[in-house]
Design a binder for this molecule. Sequence first.
Ligand code: HAM
Length: 418
Amino acid sequence: MQTIRGFRDILPEQISLWQKVEKEAILLFEDFGFKEIRIPILEKTQLFARSIGEVTDIVEKEMYTFKDRNGEKLTLRPEATASIVRSYIQHKMYAVDPVRKFYMIGPMFRRERPQKGRYRQFYQIDAEIFGVESAYVDSQLIFLLNELFKRLGLTGLSAHINSLGCPECRPSFQKALLDFIESKKDRLCENCLRRMDKNPLRILDCKVEDCRKALANAPATLDHLCKECSDHFDTVKTTLEKQGLDFSVDKSLVRGLDYYTRTAWEIQTTSLGAQSAVAGGGRYDGLVKELGGPQTPAIGFAIGFDRLVEVMEQIDKTPGDSPLDLFIVSLGDVAMEKAYHWSCELNQADIRTEMDFRGKSMKALMKRADKLNAQHVLIAGENELMENAVILRNMNTKEQVSLALKTLVPELIKILKK
Ligand code: HAM
């Protein structure tokens, strides 16, 4: 039996970087006042269709959708934002305090063509802020991302930012875009032509090389911003500049989801080939209302956890298994029984302790202690037990001490907790 295409195991040997990232991210989120939210993996299909947009790659081609036994259409979440918005509305969180900050970490599902950095089950670290319109929050989220990457020792990442405007500026942009597309119509693929009437902005997502060439000089939202959007974007840029954060304005960055308004950004890397976006986010001031809540500005981002780990693997090859505090070498049945109780008590006291239950020889057990990178080995053989003592060996210094059985566990805790 094998995993499904695009799905994979993350094995214990690979997990240390995942845990490192998760720890740093949670610490940072808590510092910035975010609270964890956990949302279901399965939602009604409508939720994603309405928020991400019916005419987007994700909804048209990539969702894992099936009918439940009662005929209801359900979808494995392709992203977290829609569900978090649903939760914010469903629990009327706005009524108690409209300003909320959430983070979540977990798997997402998109049926894309698998390749390096692109999987059908992948993980996101997602953050969302509700109830704040200020451009400082936009800068703050980009700052937070930058800080996380800095703490993880990542370099060579670049922030690309754009403004997608608001319902006020969209009509003028859409008109310019449609005029332009009309003039390039004969060079566009069928999918683009189909999208012309339905959702012209999504033509700019087309990956077909000829379409990309034809659309190279397409009008940009940035050239059609209303005064408020333009001021908002200026504040984001000046704030980032004052903080000394590197970014570039990328007029062609449109993201692949329909809900965005105003600031949108991506953090890109050159080290993952075609899958350059390590994180993406933006404002979505209309979505809470669109899904049935009160008008509430909102903004967020998601980091591609798999991609982030892959970038880190290229620079950070060191972290292996963390060492074991103690390995107990027990020889004979009596010793094994005693060792069993000692190891449980030591585990209870947060001492990383292991033993072997297979009745192996001294030589084999010492080998195993080495393999597990044990810092200390406790040797409990029949001779030692007869003298009511066991030997503790420090594997680094090779020093040995004899410890009395009567006070063994507290004595070990004292030595090993140092
Ligand atoms: P997104 O750009 O679709 O945005 O995804 C965010 C990140 O998830 C991407 O930059 C990428 O690193 C990672 N990612 C996406 N698809 C895959 C895949 N198939 N395999 C591996 N990694 C992948 C969103 O999902 C928005 N919900 C972000 C957001 C939150 N906007 C506002 N709030």
